[in-house]
Ligand binder design. Structure first.
Ligand SMILES: NC(=O)c1ccc[n+]([C@@H]2O[C@H](COP(=O)([O-])OP(=O)(O)OC[C@H]3O[C@@H](n4cnc5c(N)ncnc54)[C@H](O)[C@@H]3O)[C@@H](O)[C@H]2O)c1
Ligand SMILES: O=C(O)C[C@H](O)C(=O)O
Length: 308
């Protein structure tokens, strides 16, 4: 199993590290545009192999895509992150060109690759890869909901004053400060609805804290987060590589599902060896349906800025 990670920055390197630590891939190729950077990150990570007991070979390259040939899965993290006070959508001007260029280079050397898009604004970047590569729709997956759901569980456990392993919950919709839809109505603690334990206003607070999860970290760190993003990506990569048939909310191309068309947005999907193997329908309340339509309208507005 060969996995390419483009962008050896904060998220790309974290993702490569988690993949290696899980020890399911034979090779991880790190690619960056900055001279020597990916090679350096790969060497540093390889020097953890004996300490962390993994056999995955990590190789770095400065833009030589021939080294990525025959990749089964490729992750795109290349591009700029936001700074405090910015929205993810403001990154489109620089990141669209990078994502377009990188995906075309990947496909030249790995025509059957499955691509996981991470660069922001992620739903729009995922749509761009659909529009420009011609890859089948099951092979293009946007990572956002897996991370947002992890943050939702963190906030739920905080409110419930319980271990995170006790809680379950999912975030659908656009990966943006206003477009995320944490499904508080369905969130549980050991199969009991969270609403049995928490008052409506506390659940509202959990929802709001979840939606601004990325912005909160960006303010604290001066750049956006990387540990949870890297871990979330590695989870998607493992589900595909190991044909796990696991369910994650991912940005998927919708063609009528959830009453949406010609858009990539976060919905629950089953991930296995064929990438997105199924889009899972969830019976949403009228209020949740309205929020999803509103979130989709905002993603479509950003998609409208693409030069396709
Ligand atoms: N979808 C999500 O949930 C999520 C989570 C975290 C970050 N992100 C996004 O991921 C992206 C990367 O974030 P980061 O914190 O790792 O940034 P970073 O600046 O640490 O790393 C980005 C790397 O991309 C490289 N790069 C730029 N252009 C390139 C090109 N054409 N080819 C190869 N490499 C190139 C840069 O040299 C840099 O090393 C940002 O757009 C950020 O907003 C998304
Ligand atoms: O917040 C960001 O800009 C990065 C990423 O989308 C995140 O949610 O951490």
């Amino acid at each position: 199993m060969k996995v390419t990670v483009v962008g050896a920055g904060a998220v790309g390197a974290s993702c490569a590290e988690y993949i290696a630590m899980k020890n399911f891939a034979s090779d991880v190729i790190l690619v960056d545009i900055k001279e020597g950077f990916a090679e350096g990150k790969a060497m540093d990570l390889m020097q953890t192999a004996s300490l962390n007991a993994f056999d995955t070979r990590i190789t770095g390259t400065t833009g030589d895509y021939s080294k990525t040939a025959g990749s089964d899965i490729a992750v795109i993290t290349s591009g700029i992150p936001r700074k405090p006070g910015m929205t993810r959508e403001e990154l489109i001007g620089i990141n669209a060109g990078i994502v377009k260029d990188v995906s075309s280079n990947l496909i030249k050397h790995s025509p059957d690759v499955t691509i996981i898009v991470v660069s922001n604004p992620m739903d729009t970047m995922t749509y761009l890869v659909h529009k420009t590569t011609g890859l089948p729709k099951n092979k293009i997956i946007g990572m956002g909901g897996a991370l947002d759901s992890a943050r939702f569980k963190y906030r739920l456990a905080e409110a419930l004053e319980c271990p995170i392993s006790d809680v379950d919950g999912m975030v659908i919709g656009g990966h943006s400060d206003t477009g995320m839809i944490p499904l508080t109505r369905l969130a549980t603690r050991n199969s009991v609805l969270a609403s049995e334990f928490l008052a409506e206003d506390r659940l509202e607070q959990v929802m709001e804290d979840t939606k601004v999860g990325g912005a909160t970290l960006t303010k604290l760190l001066g750049t956006s987060a990387w540990y949870a993003p890297g871990a979330a990506v590695s989870g998607l990569v493992q589900a595909i590589a190991c044909d796990q048939k696991k369910m994650f909310p991912c940005s998927a191309l919708l063609e009528g599902e959830y009453d949406l068309d010609d858009i990539c947005i976060g919905v629950p999907v089953i991930l296995g060896k064929d990438g997105i193997e199924k889009i899972v329908p969830v019976d949403l309340s009228d209020a949740e349906k309205a929020k999803l339509q509103e979130s989709a309208a905002a993603v479509k507005k950003t998609n409208g800025l693409l030069e396709l």
